[in-house]
Design a protein around this ligand. Structure first.
Ligand SMILES: Cc1cc2nc3c(=O)[nH]c(=O)nc-3n(C[C@H](O)[C@H](O)[C@H](O)COP(=O)(O)OP(=O)(O)OC[C@H]3O[C@@H](n4cnc5c(N)ncnc54)[C@H](O)[C@@H]3O)c2cc1C
Length: 509
């Protein structure tokens, strides 16, 4: 028997039901569609060009007049010779030298006023050893160049950030970490590197050779010399299955303990806290990637990038946008996300996908490291600190970082839980003052719970907070002056915290 589906043949009752369903669907979808449409319309900015003779970084708040940017040549022999000549010239002309990778640090760590900026980006050759467990890579290479190279060989990066837009030199100079489950920071995967010191000499640094420089330059913010190339331990690429747990904030730690922590097949883990206000952090979405057998999916462009961006950028605009994003991430994403994914695919996400392109605001990262015993108190206090300062919180991701045994200026002196927070900040003096006050409150809060903060971001910490968080910092700067007595290598970070005189500048934003 055939049915006729034309509305003409429907009964009156069926037509009413269909009309009702259509009207309700339109009403339900109208608000999110309107919200996303507006978010896309507003998202047309282009990042400002940096005028010649100036340098800036990812904060877009550090535009600084410099002497020049010097691009390192691609050819290794020319690069080393010309770099040594540049250092002689800079010393003669009393020009401070700073070093830049992808410039995603946010506190002028790659810039010194009236100085020379060495742009390491052209220096990016790489090769894998025969056993395919060591990558020899020049410091200017980005993870986004390294991952496809390793993918071809069935290998992957052992420890890196959650995005692929950073250089190897910049990553090891801040001693980054990622959401590779319970791994120490990247220094643990560095076998050796070659460093051009302030006197132009090149030394190889490893745990058994120039061990002091090895540990000082890892997380050394470019203050001990130019890292030329690095030997990194790499791991096999793998296929993962995603498991997620949406729980109340109170249940997050017990769920982590019972469902994730002790599973031998868990390889990548992060949690995201709900940033929908009233109350903040009500829920937590815990995501774990579990190793599984089977073919490893090929590396491809990210799925649904435009939708992802519209939802994310729209969340900056209103509480409704934040609610919509949380619903999309907790209810929609589990349905549309691929069930099996390669390790390399997870690591291969560009910062640009979600980057703020507006001329009137910028996105600023913060990160706090807490021992397990301090987490509950820290989160409780964050609930009042963030709204008090009226800062627009866009994201909180939580990961576990294991103890660092390698770097001198270490943040993970024990196993810690990292809270990575992203804020949207208007580019105004008033917003900068509020952000500074909030940052100092969050740092005090982390310190009072036995934690510390991460150094590559804005330099809002007071000198006292910096030295409390990093009690080894005074010795770090003493070592710096022993290795570089003329202080050729400088940047805004060393100027802010490396000199007694700079401590008077605590009131400047
Ligand atoms: C969106 C975003 C997400 C992030 N996520 C994470 C994360 O998940 N985990 C994490 O740990 N961090 C994260 N970070 C911070 C990031 O790891 C650091 O800012 C890192 O320095 C970025 O690398 P880069 O190449 O941009 O370094 P740059 O900003 O270029 O440089 C950083 C420091 O390294 C020094 N340096 C650079 N190259 C060399 C070299 N060849 N020799 C000597 N010194 C050098 C510079 O002088 C500077 O002091 C994130 C940052 C952003 C903006």
């Amino acid at each position: 028997m055939t049915r006729n589906w034309s509305p003409k043949f429907w009964s009156r009752r069926t037509r009413w039901i269909v009309a009702f369903v259509v009207i309700v669907s339109v009403i339900i979808s109208a608000r999110p569609v309107w919200h996303l449409w507006r978010a896309v319309q507003r998202d047309h900015g282009a990042l400002r060009e940096i005028p010649s003779g100036f340098a800036d970084d990812a904060s877009r708040l550090n535009l600084t007049k410099i002497n020049r940017v010097w691009d390192i040549p691609q050819d290794t022999e020319q690069a080393e010779r010309q770099l040594a000549e540049l250092l002689v010239l800079a010393r003669r002309e009393r020009l401070p030298v700073s070093i830049a990778g992808a410039r995603h640090s946010m506190g002028g760590h790659t810039i010194c006023p009236d100085g020379v900026v060495i742009n390491m980006r052209p220096f990016r050759r790489m090769r894998l050893n025969d056993a395919k467990d060591r990558l020899h890579v020049q410091a200017g290479a980005l993870w986004e160049e390294i991952i496809p190279f390793l993918d071809e060989q069935g290998r992957s990066v052992a420890v890196m950030q959650s995005n692929n837009s950073f250089s190897v030199g910049g990553s090891i100079s801040v001693n980054c970490h990622g959401w590779q489950f319970d791994r120490p920071p990247i220094a643990s995967t560095v076998e050796s590197f070659r460093l051009m010191k302030a006197d132009g000499n090149i030394v190889t640094c490893r745990r058994s050779e120039n061990a002091d420089l090895f540990s000082l330059a890892l997380g050394g913010y470019g203050l001990f010399g130019v890292i030329l190339d690095v030997e990194l331990r790499v791991v096999p690429n793998a296929r993962y299955r995603m498991e997620q747990f949406l729980v109340s904030a109170d249940d997050a730690l017990p769920t982590y303990d019972h469902q994730v922590r002790d599973r031998p097949d868990v390889e990548m883990v992060y949690a995201r806290m709900s940033i929908v206000p009233n109350p903040l952090f009500r829920e937590v979405l815990l995501t774990a990637f579990i190793r599984e057998e089977g073919d490893i999916p090929k590396l491809h462009d990210p799925d649904h990038a435009k939708l992802h961006r519209a939802i994310f950028r729209g969340s900056a605009e209103s509480d409704y946008g934040k609610e919509l994003r949380w619903t999309a991430e907790t209810k929609l994403q589990p349905w549309i996300a691929q069930k099996s994914v390669s390790r390399n695919q997870l690591l291969n996400e560009k910062v640009a996908v979600l980057q703020n392109r507006s001329a009137t605001s910028t996105d600023i990262l913060h990160e706090y490291f807490l021992p397990r015993s301090g987490i509950v108190g820290f989160v409780d206090e964050m609930r009042s600190i963030v709204p008090k300062h009226r800062c627009n919180l866009l994201n909180v991701t939580v990961r576990s970082v294991n103890e660092d045994h390698d770097s001198f200026l270490r943040y993970a002196d024990q196993r810690v839980i990292a809270f990575v927070m992203l804020f949207q900040q208007p580019i105004t003096a008033e917003a900068e003052t509020r952000m500074q006050a909030m940052t100092r409150s969050l740092i005090s809060c982390a310190l009072s719970h036995g934690g510390r903060y991460y150094l590559p971001y804005r330099l809002h910490a007071t000198s006292e907070q910096f030295h409390q968080a990093y009690p080894q910092a005074a010795r770090f700067f003493e070592h710096k002056r022993q290795h570089d007595p003329d202080e050729l290598f400088q940047n805004q970070f060393s100027r802010r915290y490396g000199h007694i005189a700079s401590q008077s500048s605590d009131n400047n934003p």
